[in-house]
Design a binder for this molecule. Structure first.
Ligand SMILES: Nc1ncnc2c1ncn2[C@@H]1O[C@H](COP(=O)(O)OP(=O)(O)O)[C@@H](O)[C@H]1O
Ligand SMILES: Nc1ccn([C@H]2C[C@H](O)[C@@H](COP(=O)(O)OP(=O)(O)O)O2)c(=O)n1
Length: 222
């Protein structure tokens, strides 16, 4: 059972995918963490992120290893645990530019397909282009959406900034990243034709998990 869950930032992909994988006994892969990890490495190694040719030339250098246990997601770059620094502001602001470079996508996509191929019993893979590009033959494809307002409120809440100013700044940064991810040439953020769309704006996380589990079980029983 291969499940692809795509959608923009703050729609609930990570929380839903982890919970669904744990409930159904599947492995779990956060592909956003891989793009964040390669971005962290580029920043750490002084690669000029305004120069796509420099990013492309360095794309093959870092060794990225992802754990697939939904209860303990792990990611290392050249043996170093980067799960905390990849969530920082510096990486978040740079990740869209790095992940738009075709050589970066080719490298990370190959890694993702290999992890999915090796996953015993199946896997939930979450990202932006899983249903369209990485695993077009996935058994179940889900596309999560939510209003920009709801997504910004969720992200802002996570960062502890619930005042109007930080909410507005979060919303602006989120909209900018969505536009970059949807507008890039190579495998942009998009809903696959055969994906099932779930609008999570008015749903609790538990309701979304329940809905996705039901959709997967329907596919499984066919
Ligand atoms: N349906 C929901 N209702 C309210 N909050 C949610 C919902 N789904 C996720 N969240 C919260 O929103 C934040 C972002 O969720 P996350 O799973 O990281 O989204 P994504 O992976 O799509 O960026 C988290 O703090 C999560 O707990
Ligand atoms: N399959 C993917 C996953 C993520 N990316 C890129 C684009 C996203 O802005 C960044 C970060 O993704 P991530 O899922 O960690 O972002 P959020 O936590 O949802 O804000 O990586 C991608 O290009 N393709």
């Amino acid at each position: 059972m291969i499940v692809g869950i795509d959608g923009p930032s703050g729609t609930g992909k990570s929380s839903t995918s982890k919970a669904v994988a744990a409930k159904l006994g599947l492995r779990y892969l956060d592909t956003g963490a891989q793009y964040r990890a390669i971005t962290w490495w580029m920043l750490h190694n002084g690669i000029d992120l305004t120069d796509p040719a420099a990013i492309a030339a360095a794309a093959g250098r870092p060794e990225i290893v992802s754990g697939t246990d939904p209860a303990a997601p792990a990611i290392t770059v050249d043996g170093q645990d980067v799960s905390a620094p990849i969530r920082g502001q510096e990486v978040t602001s740079a990740v869209s530019a790095v992940s738009a470079v075709p050589e970066v996508r080719a490298r990370i996509t190959a890694l993702q397909r290999e992890i999915a191929r090796q996953a015993q019993g199946g896997i939930v893979v979450e990202g932006r282009d899983i249903g369209t590009t990485v695993l077009p033959d996935a058994d179940a494809k889900i596309f999560l959406t939510a209003s920009e307002e709801a997504r910004a409120a969720r992200r802002s809440g996570e960062q502890g900034g619930r005042d109007a100013q930080s909410l507005a700044a979060t919303r602006q940064a989120l909209a900018r990243r969505d536009a970059a991810d949807s507008g890039r040439k190579t495998s942009p953020l998009a809903k696959a034709g055969d994906a099932i769309e779930v609008d999570t704006t008015e749903l609790t996380l538990e309701q979304v998990i329940e809905c996705v589990v039901t959709l997967i079980e329907e596919k499984r029983s066919r």
